[in-house]
Design a protein around this ligand. Structure first.
Ligand code: PMV
Length: 320
């Protein structure tokens, strides 16, 4: 095989963000915002990465030395580097990445990393099991951004809806139940790393309190998991509202997010909360199906862009 294409989905964090960085569980569903990576062998000692915004050339020997990652191609480059060293292989490669123009903070970095490792695994004939694709992808993400729980990487690889804990110590694939939700984008981009640092700072000052918040978040995650499996959406909505209050206490809410959340709740949604680090990006709303149109209208008039992707998407896969 001389050329392989793999694709991987984005993710929507349902509950457990921030606490998951400290070893607590979270629930995440994959969204059908797919990123594609095509890789072929070439005969010179170079890695060429063609991303929609730039082209990067790096020789195999430069790749082995400590170097800075360019912003546009950082995750692909780190994935190749990690794949080579983990599996003791090497080759010149031509790589092309494709994805949606806007990713709404729904996990395009983890998706491109997972799709790169999966393509390489197939191209080199290794056919790595999912857990190894996860470990090598997570290591690459950490090489670029230094922190993160890895929940987004697991979601890109396993797809569906998963219960996740501790750097992949638990990756439980849940029954793929259709979620009655709407995703709203705030239009504001944020740095996840800054928000992780903000929570770390708060915890360094008020450790017992913040650890208490994390332990209540864990209760909401575990209760919401059962409600989800039983399709008890009203109760699930109540639990995400509680979780939202806890995220607010961590200082990751914003006026815009609060406005969108309240517009949905006031039009009869069962619940609404931040998805992910907060500070902007996306919220999601658990709807009463009878009130869907009204909820959509009020979200739009409060300034949300409704993100049209379905949930429970397939994990990373080879495209033919
Ligand atoms: O902002 P997102 O969607 O990348 O989510 C970040 C979630 C955190 O728990 C804050 C960080 C992490 O890596 O788990």
């Amino acid at each position: 095989m001389n050329q392989v294409t793999a694709s991987a989905p984005g993710k929507l964090m349902l509950l457990g963000e921030h606490a998951v960085v400290y070893g607590c569980p979270c629930i995440v569903t994959a969204v059908d915002l797919r990123v594609k990576v095509t890789i072929e062998f070439i005969n010179n000692n170079e890695i060429i990465i063609n991303s929609p915004n730039s082209v990067r050339n790096i020789t195999l020997s430069e790749l082995q030395q400590p170097h800075k990652y360019p912003r546009d191609t950082a995750f692909v480059e780190a994935a190749v580097e990690n794949f080579f060293s983990s599996n003791n292989v090497r080759s010149g490669l031509n790589i092309k990445t494709e994805g949606p123009k806007t990713s709404y903070g729904l996990g395009s970095s983890s998706a491109v990393t997972a799709a790169t490792i999966e393509s390489l695994s197939k191209l080199f004939g290794l056919n790595l099991p999912k857990k190894q694709v996860f470990e090598q992808s997570y290591a690459a993400v950490l090489a670029v951004q230094g922190k993160g729980s890895g929940f987004d990487v697991a979601s890109a690889i396993y797809g569906g809806t998963i219960y996740y804990k501790n750097g992949g110590e638990i990756i439980e694939e849940m029954e793929p139940i259709k979620l009655p939700i709407i995703i709203g984008y705030t239009g504001e981009k944020v740095s996840t790393i800054n928000l992780i640092d903000h929570v770390a700072h708060l915890r360094s000052k008020h450790r017992t309190i913040i650890d208490g918040v994390f332990s209540v978040i864990t209760e909401t995650v575990n209760s919401a998991k059962l409600k989800l499996l039983n399709r008890e959406w009203e109760d699930f909505g109540e639990l995400i509202n509680i979780n939202q209050g806890l995220l607010d206490s961590l200082g990751v809410n914003t006026e815009k997010i609060a406005k969108l959340i309240w517009s949905a709740r006031s039009s009869g949604a069962f619940g609404a909360k931040i998805s992910g680090a907060g500070g902007g990006d996306c919220i999601y709303v658990v709807i009463d199906p009878n009130k869907e149109k009204g909820i959509e209208e009020s979200l739009k008039s409060a300034g949300a862009f409704l993100v049209p992707f379905s949930t429970n998407a397939d994990g990373v896969r080879i495209e033919v």
